[in-house]
Write a protein that binds this ligand. Sequence first.
Ligand code: ADP
Length: 466
Amino acid sequence: MKLKLLNTSAGRITKVYAALLLGITLILCAVIMTVVGFRQFQVQRQQTRGIVGGLERSFIANRNDWYWWRLGSPMDTKKSFVRIKVQPSDKKTRYLYSPHAKRFVSQNQLSKTTVITKNVAYSNKLGLYYHASASDASASAQTPNVRYDVWTKLSGVTGLLWLLFRLIIFIVLGFLILGTWLIYLLARKLNQPLVALTKATKSINDDIYNQYQKQLPVPKTPQEVHDLSQGFNQLLQSLNARARADRQFVSNASHELKTPIATIRGHISLIRRRGEQHPEIIPTSLGFIDQESERMQRLVESLLKLSHANQLELSPEAVNLSQLIEDISQRYAAALPQQLITHVQRDVVAWVNFDSVEQIIINLLNNAHKYSASDTVIEIKLEAVGQEVTLSVIDEGNGIPADQKAHIFDRFYRGNNGQTAGGNGLGLSIVKQLVDVNHGTINVMDHSPQGTIFEVTLPRKVAGPE
Ligand code: ADP
């Protein structure tokens, strides 16, 4: 659950914000502490050097000088320590110490000291300190050699840095907690439309009876979610149309099958009831049964073709359509009462699936034959233009009324002439599907003065280096 929360957009934005804030603060902290620390260090160094300079200028060589110097000096004897080493040429070396300085020096000698720079050292007992020194070499035998040592504890600097560090951490923590919370709230608000979209999608999914019929709410902002919901609604609409068409198809198919089955069962029961007393009805009934079962067989075959075309895994190849049309016309010319003529450009090669294109031509030829008088002409034309191949089947038959043209590719649609011809209304929908899987187009037009033109375009295979 916790992991899920962190993986949401809001969680991720919050995580990035927290990491960013932490990173910036650490860098800022380092910069501030370096600058402030260095400035403080410079002040302390200046002070220490000032003390040494003051001592040098005063030239302290005995206890009296030292006493007077101390009276005028504002030096903080708890932080700065002075040792003056006086070495007269004839007498013993003497040391003068500021208050606490003696103890500082002895402790320093006893503790473990790490030298950091020439003047800065760290002692485990005294902490960080700065050391400056100067010496007055005697010019004559009367004046002694004097060396001044001044140490200043840098505890003020470290204390300030420590205080700064704690302050920064405190502020950062405050920002981190408050900022993270605010950012999380903001990110959640921004994600709200997406969450609502997900909920709506789930409820559509759960509603199994109304699947695809509902639409998702489309928020005005943010633009991305607005576009996503609109896209989703379009998808739902097309799924809905598809589902409706499928339902329609199943109901049409069962309706079409119901009629021949009812006729067959009717004649069987008629033979059972009356066959013995009136055997003369048997041949007529068997004739009907034969006719109806043949109709059923044709219907089932068409349905199978349709479902096959639907799932056809297209394996395109270079098909010489000129050759194919000549073959088909030779096969069918004798069987058709109409005159079949071809106007075929030579060696037109298309990039299509052979079986499906053969099926397209046969279906269109079959329709041209079905819906034309016997004394008319059926023409097949083939030409290649640019990247396309155009194949036309032209008849001089009844033609298709304008209002029916939009429906002839629908499954089970039969026009006026189709109903009288006893077709099942699946031929052209099979053709349409096969054209689609071959990445082609199909158009229907009137033929002048009478008849219909079916024009199919297919992708051309232009000869080139293999
Ligand atoms: P069927 O021919 O089995 O009825 P189709 O899907 O092949 O089904 O055709 C659908 C309808 O289109 C037909 O019922 C018919 O009205 C019309 N049609 C198809 N081809 C032609 C044509 N060449 N001439 C006139 N009408 C046609």
